[in-house]
Design a protein around this ligand. Sequence first.
Ligand code: ADP
Ligand code: MG
Length: 241
Amino acid sequence: MLVIQDLYKQFGSLVAVNEFNLRVETGETVVLMGPSGCGKSTAIRTINRLIEPDRGSIMLNDSNIIAMEPDELRQARKRIGFVFQHFNLIGRLSALENVMLGLVMSGVERKNAESRAADSLCKVGLDNHLDHKPDQLSGGQQQRVGIARALAYEPELMLWDEPTASLDPILVREVLVVMEELARFRSSTMIVVTHELPFALRVADRIVLMDHGRIVEEGKPSQVFVSPISDIGKRYKELIE
Ligand code: ADP
Ligand code: MG
């Protein structure tokens, strides 16, 4: 579904992502891990061109995202859901309205947007909270609204950039449960940046480890965390033992 080739991005003199090659098959869950600053966010953000890479191609079902004109890119972005660390909900809008907003702005008729928004809030277990404003929701519930907002477009590909990193430890689980259910039972195609090792072990079809802008190792969790070849892989193995 997704083929990234020779991706390269530099900020000033700092090379953030280098020789980055990744293939993701339909239905696959790829967990991208590595030390802070190694280029995970930069790599994942180039996929919908929130960051413009200096070089490389990103083929999503045979169309190169990097070569797209603005109109075509806008269409492609609807097929790619993105969930960030910070959920950026609009405070004066209810959960339902927050999810509807983007749909309505992109031309979906209001009634239809409302039912799609309600459906996707149901998928994240918030069907009883449609009318709640963000300040009436816990951090975990707010992030689930953020997930519903991405799901409402029925994306082909979901990108997750540390979706639990700003949550209280006790609220992390409810978000991971939703992610796991999407990965396993709805067979979404996803790339997840996370430091949640147990989640990665359980849910990832493939682990990709980065260090200093490069992919240093990839494979099944049972391979990467059991007999790692990279220094980073060895450090994760120690954390698990
Ligand atoms: P990670 O997500 O793995 O923590 P990032 O992709 O955010 O890493 O960052 C990779 C490197 O690029 C880091 O050294 C970071 O400081 C740098 N970087 C990221 N974004 C910018 C930017 N907009 N301008 C300058 N440097 C950046
Ligand atoms: Mg990051």
